[in-house]
Design a protein around this ligand. Structure first.
Ligand SMILES: [Zn+2]
Length: 483
């Protein structure tokens, strides 16, 4: 019992809207419901009014098969829709059309890079269902005096992707979700930048405790935080000698805590029965192989290509491909300035750091491939220093202004003029005789003198040339001292 609470088991249920569709899953209401007035993008079918009949969106099945194939699933030839019965205000008809024991895909896997190794996360199933409506609270779910319901989202095609409970830490969960998201974006099936397009339920248990389900985590980004919170909460319960009982909790994003929704006794037992208004669907060999043939390049293949074509190492390729928009950004930049290594370093070492600090992503910042291509070109022609390159990228992110324009406007350029550097070095030697004396005795102080020249020129002196001149002068002084 000493190891109580140490080992962690996490399984995820990911809900991804099929944002590539123009209409909902079973009716012709537009799928573009965001920003519309509440309850205006609805019809009798998606509200489940008496007499209305669902008609399956064929494109939704194609997209689901595409995802199942990309996740290495088997595709059963026959798929059936069920009614999942429950009573909850987000579904007016009191059942959700979902899939039960005949989903679109079963038994897949995704490989994820974890701590330098490769971990395979098993995928139990991939199925299609309709999204329920959205409950809107005032502030947090706990404190809200009322609940509003918006049915615009009801009936949107949703893919549920369920993993085996093999994930060992919140970090692994994040890496898995990042990979899944990159795959879905490469397929063009789901756009994660849309609010609410990706949601998650997480099952988590730690040795010695029961399984806890955390429902409705509103984005993949919040999953890691919710899981980390749960591990601390469950471990401290066990440490205090209490028990972790099976329950369903809710991730409160406002307060960054999980809160109990219901305990085991109240847990719903869904009754499933086949949806009588939809016929079983036979997925033919031709249908599946035509989708297989049209599959776009997926992240793993793209990573390999980046290594082969651009000469990147595995880590670099992995970072770039972790987000489709980042990989696209990289390739566009290389098209504009053909120095793949230089461009990769500028993006990974500099641009991503700047974006992180500002809480921006590559797609919502003002930086464009043209900016990075210009900076790479200036560096290749030795017209700017690395320090200036960083400054120019920061400006591009903040203002969208072009590096070459900034250089012109601010008069910033690397000083490569040998005569000028010689003069600058002379000036520093005159102004800092003690440092010069120290440098004659100790090589290490030479770098300090180079730093003084850089400071004098606001970082514009060419560092290699400056070093050469400083070193030469120190050596001259050493010779004159020796004689
Ligand atoms: Zn509708």
């Amino acid at each position: 019992m000493e190891r109580l609470g140490l080992s962690v088991k996490i399984g995820l249920e990911c809900h991804c809207q099929v944002t590539s569709l123009k209409t909902k899953l079973f009716c012709s209401c537009p799928s573009d419901y965001r920003g519309k007035a509440p309850n205006t993008v609805v019809c009798p079918t998606c509200l489940g009014l008496p007499g209305s009949l669902p008609v399956l969106n064929r494109r939704a099945v194609e997209e689901a098969v595409k995802v199942a194939l990309a996740l290495n699933c088997e595709i059963p030839r026959r798929t059936i829709f069920y009614r999942k019965n429950y009573y909850y205000p987000d579904m007016v008809k009191n059942f959700q059309i979902s899939q039960y024991d005949y989903p679109i895909g079963v038994g897949g896997k995704i490989s994820v890079k974890v701590n330098g190794g490769v971990k395979e996360v098993g995928i139990k199933r991939v199925h299609l269902e309709e999204d329920p409506g959205k409950l809107v609270y005032k502030g947090s779910i706990e404190e809200s005096p009322y609940t509003l319901v918006d049915y615009n989202r009801a009936g949107i095609a949703l893919l549920e992707i369920v993993t085996e409970p093999v994930i060992k830490s919140p970090r692994e969960a994040r890496l898995f979700l990042q990979k899944l998201q990159s795959i879905l974006e490469h397929l063009g099936v789901s756009d994660s930048s849309l609010e609410g397009a990706m949601r998650c339920d997480a099952n988590i248990s730690i040795a010695g405790g029961a399984r806890i389900e955390v429902k409705n985590i509103s984005s993949f980004k919040e999953v890691e935080k919710a899981l980390a919170y749960e591990i601390i909460r469950q471990r401290s319960l066990l440490r205090m000698g209490r028990t972790v009982e099976r329950e369903t909790r809710h991730w409160d994003e406002v307060r960054q805590v999980t809160a109990s929704l219901r305990t085991k006794e109240e847990e719903m037992d869904y009754r499933y029965f086949p949806e009588p208004d939809l016929v079983p669907i036979e997925l033919t060999e031709e249908f599946i192989s035509s989708i297989k043939k049209a599959m776009p390049e997926l992240p793993d293949a793209r990573r390999e290509r980046f290594m082969k074509v651009y000469g990147l190492n595995e880590y670099e390729a992995e970072v770039l491909v972790s987000e489709k928009s980042l990989a696209d950004f990289y390739e566009e930049t290389v098209k504009l300035h053909n120095n793949p290594g230089r461009v990769c370093h500028l993006i990974i070492d500099d641009l991503l750091g700047i974006l992180n600090l500002k809480g921006l992503s590559i797609s919502n910042s003002k930086a464009k491939p043209e900016h990075v291509a210009q900076v790479a070109g200036l560096l290749d022609n030795e017209l700017i220093s690395i320090k200036m390159a960083k400054y120019l990228l920061k400006k591009a992110v903040e203002t969208g202004s072009y590096p070459e324009d900034i250089l012109k406007a601010e008069g910033l350029k690397v000083i490569t003029d040998k005569k000028r550097i010689e003069n600058l070095v002379n000036q520093v030697f005159k102004e800092h005789p003690e440092d010069v004396e120290a440098a004659v005795k100790d090589d290490k102080v030479i770098h300090h003198l180079v730093g003084l020249v850089m400071k004098l020129t606001r970082g514009q002196a060419d560092p290699a040339l400056t070093y050469e001149y400083v070193k030469r002068r120190v050596n001259q002084l050493r010779k004159t001292k020796a004689t």
